[in-house]
Design a protein around this ligand. Structure first.
Ligand SMILES: Cc1cc2nc3c(=O)[nH]c(=O)nc-3n(C[C@H](O)[C@H](O)[C@H](O)COP(=O)(O)OP(=O)(O)OC[C@H]3O[C@@H](n4cnc5c(N)ncnc54)[C@H](O)[C@@H]3O)c2cc1C
Length: 617
């Protein structure tokens, strides 16, 4: 590890990165990989040895591989793909996330955030960069061509002029405040206490465990994740009337944790390592680009931790922003490319918030109606698997930038293959243990071509290489870079329709082509770099599309289907709230009669009434 102190603070830089949390560090690594020397500033005096974000998604691991930090994570983090959810002492839901032989990474790994930050700092240093610790941003002034940062440093007040600023200074962003920008969205009332404990000699499976209303902590919700170094993360919900200060006192935390461990039958000695309070927030800036200042990570948006979208969405932000900002700073693309950063990542936040709202229905019910409905689902779930599907935590997943201004949509949209805007799936290659992402250009754009589909168009390949494109030939013959004898990749990419795919530096598909014509590829590159606008099939330019929140894949949701089930859940919850207090029982009575009339089958209605009667609240 290169632990050289950073060079003296310059007076001017192309890019300043404010904040050396995981998001600022990844942005800095991306910029350094693209040949820039960003100045990275942080108010702290080093890595924060607090735990915080634990669960890193498969998509984030792909990004960490991409920036060269993957091996350190693979060596330390704990992979997992399953979970068990209990109501009181009964198992009510099993989480089982897809994890096939094609996947290089598990759906999630667990790792303390300080390791994440240390591994990223090591990577930045390996690229010749470093962090100016104890450099606190105190103010900013902007003019049309640059921004000037006011800094409080150990050497006194300093200023730094930057062509571009990455604002990655976290949830309490000073830059946001100094620029008079507000976050908008929803703040949830419910609070969680988050603790890390070290447990001696207990080999616990690495999975997500949740207990609703456990005997150890009645009325509360408890979440457990196992981390490296025998550390367990335990989160528990505080009661609404509970005094947070008192709840955080060590003796009270220890008593609550001991009750939980007793309930789990854990008798091994344990040590309290870290504790903190947490309140779920779903807030965002309206715009992530303010001329020369680009907001990323918690500085741009806050996402409830349920579904683990906080750190993971920040990693995605930094990865999306890094290559675009590097190209703009080097004058290889117009500044409009940075508007696409806002467009793509703001949409991702809207999707994250929409998903998180549904996660909070269970983890932190927003009203009495939602709590009544949540408890009803929990009571029914063990015997009615269709109801248990509502308990799915909707873990963080990759985003597709299908409405982006820098993505060329299909002329004739079809669901076949991998759609423009989606991340390139990191499929295992037919030979050896390499994956598709290993074949991509380390920094620039890649063109995947399916040789067997090209015919005479193969003659165009040398002309394409002149466009500074890395070309990966996939086919059945020896001339291919990837030999796909069984045609597995060709099938997945619908090569019979699309002969070539243009892949961006952040692994998202920029465009795909039925015929390989150099002029079409050149046009798609111009769109991907915001030199021209994409033309949509309907002749319009890109506009924000409504956010789609795909339900978890839930064949168990029964005849109603997961999405309809969720609508019913929310509608009845809101109905109970609208009726209010004592009037909710008459509302539910009317609802039952109306539903009985709609079902029109007395036996089924009576069976349902009897099933409901057998349950305690
Ligand atoms: C208790 C807790 C548990 C969490 N659990 C999860 C989880 O399980 N999964 C998940 O995905 N996310 C989780 N999160 C969220 C996750 O920790 C954040 O999303 C993540 O840290 C955001 O990274 P960031 O780099 O944007 O901000 P931060 O990590 O907050 O980093 C911001 C950096 O900016 C620096 N800074 C601040 N102000 C200034 C200034 N004026 N000048 C210079 N530097 C400054 C700070 O010192 C800090 O280093 C959790 C958060 C908390 C609080």
């Amino acid at each position: 590890m290169n632990a050289q102190p950073p060079a003296a603070l310059p007076a001017r830089t192309q890019v300043a990165v404010v904040g050396a949390g995981p998001v600022g560090l990844i942005a800095a690594i991306e910029l350094a990989r693209h040949g820039l020397q960003p100045v990275v500033l942080d108010a702290k005096d080093g890595i924060a040895w607090s735990s915080r974000a634990t669960c890193i998604s498969r998509r984030s691991l792909e990004i960490l591989d991409r920036i060269g930090a993957g091996p350190a994570f693979a060596a330390k983090a704990l992979p997992w793909s399953q979970g068990r959810t209990f109501h009181r002492d009964r198992l009510v839901f099993r989480l089982d996330m897809p994890h096939g032989t094609d996947d290089r990474h598990a759906p999630f790994v667990n790792l303390q955030q300080f390791y994440t930050e240390q591994f990223l700092l090591d990577r930045l240093r390996a690229l010749g960069g470093d962090v100016h610790w104890r450099h606190r941003l105190t103010g900013i002034t902007t003019d049309p061509g640059s921004a000037t940062l006011a800094l409080a440093t150990p050497e006194g007040d300093r200023s730094l002029r930057a062509d571009w600023v990455v604002a990655a200074d976290g949830g309490r962003s000073t830059l946001r405040e100094q620029m008079g920008l507000d976050l908008h969205g929803t703040a949830y009332e419910s609070r969680y206490l988050i603790a890390d404990i070290e447990v001696e000699g207990v080999d616990r499976p690495v999975e997500r465990n949740v207990w609703f209303d456990p005997p150890s902590n009645p009325g509360s919700t408890v979440i457990l994740h196992v981390q490296p170094d025998r550390i367990w993360r335990i989160d528990y919900q505080l009661r609404d009337e509970e005094d947070a200060e008192a709840a955080l006192r060590e003796e009270n935390v220890r008593a609550r944790l001991q009750a939980q461990l007793d309930m789990m039958g854990i008798t091994a000695p344990w040590r309290l390592v870290w504790r903190s309070l947490y309140k779920a927030l779903a807030l965002s800036l309206d715009s992530y680009r303010h001329d020369r200042v680009l907001f990323a990570g918690d500085a741009a948006h806050l996402v409830p931790i349920f579904g683990v979208r906080g750190l993971n969405s920040g990693i995605d932000d930094a990865h999306n922003l890094g290559w675009k900002l590097a190209m703009v700073a080097r004058n290889a693309a117009p500044a409009a490319l940075l508007d696409s950063y806002h467009h793509e990542r703001r949409r991702a936040t809207r999707e994250n918030h929409a998903q998180a709202i549904k996660s909070t229905w269970f983890m932190s019910p927003p009203s009495a109606g939602f709590r009544i409905m949540r408890d009803a689902v929990l009571c029914l779930a063990a015997e009615h698997p269709w109801a248990s599907t509502l308990i799915n935590p909707r873990q963080s997943a990759a985003h597709a930038y299908d409405d982006s201004p820098v993505i060329q949509p299909d002329a004739r949209p079809t669901p076949a293959g991998i759609a423009p805007g989606a991340p390139l799936p990191n499929l295992r290659l037919p030979t050896g243990d390499r994956h598709l992402h290993d074949m991509l250009a380390p920094l620039g754009f890649t063109l995947l071509v399916f040789l067997d589909r090209l015919g005479p168009a193969a003659d165009a390949l040398p002309a394409l290489a002149d466009m500074n494109l890395h070309i990966v030939r996939i086919g059945t013959g020896q001339e291919a870079d990837v030999i796909d004898r069984q045609g597995r990749l060709a099938e997945r990419f619908a090569a019979e329709i699309y002969a070539a795919y243009l892949v961006r530096p952040d692994q998202h598909i920029a465009a795909r082509f039925a015929q390989l014509e150099p002029s079409a590829v050149a046009a798609a590159l111009d769109i991907a770099l915001a030199r021209t606008q994409a033309s949509r099939p309907d002749g319009t330019v890109a506009v924000e599309q409504p956010v789609l929140v795909p339900p978890p894949n839930n064949p168990g949701a029964g005849r109603l289907g997961q999405e309809s089930l969720e609508h019913v859940f929310a509608a009845v919850s809101n109905g109970i709230d609208a009726a209010g207090g004592a009037a909710s029982a008459p509302f539910l009575a009317r609802l039952t009669l109306l539903l009985a009339g709609a079902v029109g089958d007395a036996d089924r209605v009576l069976a349902a009434v009897n099933a409901a009667r057998g349950k305690s609240a």
